[in-house]
Write a protein that binds this ligand. Sequence first.
Ligand SMILES: [Ca+2]
Ligand SMILES: [Ca+2]
Length: 147
Amino acid sequence: MTTAFIWYLLMSYVCGIVHLPLRLSGPEGSCSGRLEVYYNATWGSICDDQWDIRDAEVVCRQLGCGKALRADGSAAFGDGKGMIWLNRVECRGDEIHLWDCSYSLKNHTDCSHKEDAGVTCIQSIADLTNSIGKKLCLQCFDDCFGS
Ligand SMILES: [Ca+2]
Ligand SMILES: [Ca+2]
């Protein structure tokens, strides 16, 4: 096995076979804010159609932010920029990752940034370890899959 392949396996494990990395863009720290998803080498936002607390539960879980308090819509955390990658997210609420849910993933020109979705999660003691994990995942994406 090449070093690159071993590295890939390691990062796949750390990142949980990454399909759709998430981050929150907000003023109140890492566990609330406008949701952004990394796809096609670009961060984009999520349309709030059918955005609800079950979807927020999964996002908060994936980010290591504990339980969800609220699913925010109508650009509650301000308008995003660029692509709107996700719409019509439908989670049961017990999924580990958002990509386990049903959703529409493409450049949603039928939605506007006035409808950007966000989440408000309970911050947990796990934040510290998870923020390190998140950094690793982002680093992984920049290094392994970035342009
Ligand atoms: Ca809407
Ligand atoms: Ca939903």
